[in-house]
Design a protein around this ligand. Sequence first.
Ligand code: ADP
Length: 263
Amino acid sequence: MLYIRNLSKTFATGDTALTDVSLDIPKGQIVGLIGPSGAGKSTLIRCINRLVEPTSGSISLGDVELTQIGARALRHQRRRIGMIFQEYSLVERLTVMENVLSGRLGYVSFLRSWSRRFPPEDVERAFRLLDRVGLYDKANNRADALSGGQRQRVGIARALAQDPELLLVDEPTASLDPKTSRQIMRLITEICAERRLPAIVNIHDVPLAQQFMQRLVGLQAGRIVFDGPPEALNEKTLTTIYGEEDWKPDRETHEPSQEVLAG
Ligand code: ADP
């Protein structure tokens, strides 16, 4: 479904973010990208929709080679790729419904989109999506009146509005509390399973990745150093990805100090 072969990226600054990355993701599989800051996770995600131009290598979605196409074809291909971002990137002054419909912009004519009028079937579909993410009754609320978790639900519905064949998810829970993070990860994984959507999720929280991902890919200094199921992550593999650290959970019991007992 998504085939990445020998992908490398060196920026004009001379920084190499990716070296010889190869990765296949079949339909319906969710892959969690883990690795320390600066490992190349965002660059990998951005190369796939060519927000970052790869230096070499190939990326194909189905039978379309994404690295070889021109601007016009790229606009068309980007409709096949849904993006969910850390900061939601909603249009604050617009309603929830309008934000979700903006996911359809690639499909409606310029004049219609400019006047923000959408075909009734798009509106119907948007309502179904809002229902799926639990925001049906918030359709007319302004985006800036929502909580972080609700905003990310709008981001998910918007990405789905374009009927993507691949989801790219960049740190979806970075601004959320632990409980909301779990709810959002659960929603994303359930939706991918329902639609047999392949997804790459850049996720910095290892326990969250282990809980929700079927497959984890560990990047370290731009190279894949781990690729396997969450159960295969252990002290040794974590050290390969993140470097030396004591990976055992801290089980030390913190006895109250003498002063507290005395007080
Ligand atoms: P991660 O998402 O894992 O934190 P990034 O993909 O953001 O890692 O960055 C990987 C490497 O590429 C880092 O060394 C970073 O400094 C570098 N890098 C990322 N974006 C740019 C850019 N626009 N220009 C130059 N270097 C960049």
